[in-house]
Design a protein around this ligand. Structure first.
Ligand code: GLN
Ligand code: ZN
Length: 734
């Protein structure tokens, strides 16, 4: 049985790409230097897969930023103003990615002046580069259907105006690749896993009938991932693709689709059964049984999506004991899994030692079960998801006792994490500083932070989050059931990497986590101090989740742990508590019709579970990072928080209309300025933003705050900005 990998991690096994890119941005490394680092990474990745014996290895899966942007660049979808900058090709690319002089970046926009044309050569260059290394690759391309559906049309043109030109340019590319020796060309079309209407399907068929009648001798692999293609399966198998890649991990219906509709005998099915998104060992028994059940003549074993979502290699983990490690497979270990499963398939695997060893992994894991937690989750009743009294009554009670002015001012939680703050934490972690010294330093910081906020004149104060490295890792470290890695970095977006902790077992709280700091902050002032927590959905979404229990069950366990913290804060006199759900939107399934049944129907109640037991007097805030929730506003309201703050300054405030239309009941603090830049907003500018907000939001529901935490900012601009924010609030009160 042959094997296929959609894509390999590309940040380098020690994050070389991130460091080199940052040096390039700072001018410490020249273009040639950066290109060289990238080339070395690609070489290592290719040879690793070749050594492992993978049959179909991708080239052009590498990217400095993201593959869709690469595709825009390849086909000259570059706004004229970026071309006019007079930058080098690579600099223009990064300008498109990261923004340039006032532009926000991440530009994949088609305007009326865009002349779609194959002007780039990345796929060909990387194919040849691989060939010279002795690796005969399939060339992975973002497909035209997905590209067009994701592109932003900023002028009057629509997809129907441009798709035939784009298709013709793709055909040129195919011909170029084929004549240079490419035997297989992979078209990635993840958009197929979304809800599609008949126009979408017609467009897909139209584009591919053209491409497939111009193969120039190459074989065409249609690769899909991140779900099943239930709306297009029959059309897809009736087109002249040579290979079709389907996701059997996230694609809940994939197996059923193949079994009920069949699969053509003249095509090859690439069965994505090795999970590209999670780090657990594959269960060979399950995988082999799916392969047997398929009843398809020609099958290749593949990954469910690109391996770029998992870390490089377990070999980097020197501190974790084998008891844990043996249950994990990062990218490199997944290559071994592909080979082992392929070699077991069709044989007498039940008696094979490799198979038996694999199966022994699923008999249980050390330190992963907590019967008490399981019982608590089992005992949750419907009433636990409901906070009483209802919002409107609580709102009155809270207004009565909190005594805040109209348009109360506050911040999102963190204050600048200056060098001294990070140093204190690092020295404590390395054992260079005693616990007492560490705590003393932070207390000093909190006291100063409170004093500063009083001087600035903010109404609801925060302690500043100086004890936190990261809003998820910090809580993970203080919960049972978590495992941490040393170097298991994955690309989050662009040059940003994250190191998600792993949910290993049943989760519970070891001891109060934040109470000490919040209580101390409160003792420094007579003003209200807001306690600061991360919510269960975000904690789960930014971790590698378990596969032996459902996501829902894991979220509920975390929710119960955070609920203990909420109640302890309340018992200690903290009567405003913010529970951040920065990442709530991130795990929405791509398929919109699955949003509620597969996600929101348990994610939103899990949030309610966290705060349902607090007193009516206690005000619950939540915070979300992106205002891109226009389409789930009723779900956000159903979180039943008392106040929500969110990012609005970078969006066009369009969300305000939706809030009004949906009769949003929760009080709101749409961020009045963008904390992602060091710019200080003027009083006038903030007043203007607030004036626009007042047109859509009732005065007695409007809060005034920046759009996210201040931890990446410096002290100077923070103080100036917040002073202006307070002045603006005072001005509109007057
Ligand atoms: N409370 C966190 C902070 O202020 C929220 C961070 C976030 O939303 N990403 O830093
Ligand atoms: Zn935020």
């Amino acid at each position: 049985m042959n094997t296929s990998v959609i894509g390999y991690p590309r940040i380098g096994k020690d994050r070389e790409l991130k460091f080199a890119s940052e040096k390039f941005f700072n001018g410490e490394l020249d273009e040639a230097g950066l290109l060289n680092v990238a080339k070395t990474i690609r070489k290592e990745d290719l040879l690793k897969q070749k050594e492992a014996g993978i049959t179909y290895i991708s080239s052009n899966d590498f990217s400095f930023y993201d593959n869709v942007l690469d595709t825009a660049f390849l086909f000259n979808v570059i706004p004229q103003r970026y071309k006019d900058l007079g930058l080098s090709e690579l600099e223009t690319y990064f300008a498109l990615a990261r923004g340039y002089q006032g532009d926000k970046g991440n530009v994949k926009a088609l305007d009326d002046d865009t002349k779609i044309a194959l002007t780039g050569s990345k796929p060909l260059d990387e194919f040849i580069e691989a060939k010279e290394l002795g690796v005969d690759t399939k060339v992975a391309l973002v497909g035209p259907f997905t590209f067009l559906k994701l592109a932003k049309f900023t002028g009057s043109k629509k997809i129907s105006d441009v798709y035939s030109v784009l298709t013709a340019e793709y055909i040129k590319l195919v011909s170029l690749l084929a004549s240079s020796g490419a035997k297989v060309i992979e078209f990635d079309e993840p958009y197929l896993v979304r809800d599609l209407n008949s126009d979408d399907i017609d467009l897909f068929k139209e584009i591919y009938s053209l491409i497939l009648s111009n193969k120039n001798g190459a074989k065409i692999l249609l690769q899909t991932y991140f779900g099943d293609i239930r709306d297009a399966y029959n059309e897809v198998i009736s087109l002249d693709f040579d290979l079709i890649g389907l996701d059997f991990v996230e694609g809940r219906k994939t197996l059923e689709l193949v079994k009920t509709n069949g699969f053509p005998a003249d095509k090859i099915l690439v069965a994505g059964l090795v999970n590209g998104k999670n780090i657990w060992r594959n269960d060979y028994k399950k995988t082999l049984s799916v392969l047997n059940e398929l009843g398809v003549a020609n099958v290749v074993l593949g990954t469910s999506c690109s391996l770029l979502h998992v870390p490089y290699t377990l070999a980097n983990e020197t501190k974790l004991s084998e008891d844990y490690k043996k249950h994990f497979a990062f990218a490199e270990e997944k290559l071994t899994e592909l080979n082992e499963i392929a070699s077991l398939f069709g044989g007498d695997f039940e008696n094979n030692e490799i198979f038996k060893k694999n199966q022994s992994l699923f008999e249980g894991r050390v330190d992963s079960e907590d019967k008490e937690v399981q019982a608590k989750v089992a005992a949750i009743t419907d009433a636990d998801y409901v906070r009483l009294p209802v919002f409107e009554e609580r709102e009155k009670i809270q207004k009565g006792i909190l005594n805040l002015p109209l348009f109360p001012t506050t911040t999102i939680g963190s204050f600048p994490q200056t060098a001294d703050v990070r140093k204190n934490r690092q020295e404590f972690k390395k054992g260079l500083k005693s616990k007492e010294e560490y705590v003393e330093f932070n207390k000093q910081k909190i006291a100063e932070c409170i004093k500063l906020q009083e001087e600035i004149g903010l109404d609801v104060l925060v302690h500043g989050e100086f004890e936190r490295n990261d809003m998820v890792e910090y809580f993970g470290e203080n919960l049972n059931g978590y495992v941490f890695t040393e170097k298991a970095w994955v690309q989050s977006y662009g040059t940003r990497n994250v190191k998600p902790p792993i949910i290993w077992g049943d989760v519970s709280r070891k001891a109060p986590i934040t109470v000490f700091w919040s209580k101390f902050a409160k003792s420094c002032t007579d003003k209200p101090v807001k306690g600061m927590l991360t919510g269960p959905v975000t904690i789960l979404n930014w971790s590698f989740p378990r596969e032996d229990i459902s996501i829902k069950e894991s979220i509920l366990q975390i929710a119960l742990a955070i609920r203990d913290e909420v109640l302890d804060l309340e018992a200690n006199g903290i009567n405003i508590i913010q529970i951040d759900e920065a990442a709530l939107r991130e795990k929405l399934p791509l398929r919109k019709s699955d949003w509620y049944s597969e996600y929101l129907d348990f994610a939103i109640p899990a949030f309610r579970l966290v705060h349902s037991k607090v007193k009516p007097e206690t005000q619950i805030h939540t915070h979300m990072c992106y205002s891109e929730f226009t389409d789930i506003i009723p779900a956000i309201d159903a979180m039943d928080a008392d106040v929500i703050t969110f990012e609005a300054s970078r969006s066009d405030l369009q969300i305000l209309d939706s809030l009004k239309e949906n009769n949003f009941k929760t009080e709101v603090g749409p961020g009045v300025y963008d904390i992602h830049s060091p710019r200080v907003p003027s009083v006038e500018e903030i007043v203007n933003a607030l004036t626009k907000m007042r047109a859509k939001i009732e005065d007695n529901k409007l809060w005034v705050n920046p759009d996210c935490g201040l931890k990446t900012r410096g002290n100077e601009e923070t103080v100036k900005s917040l002073k202006n924010l307070v002045a603006a609030a005072k001005q509109i009160r007057g």
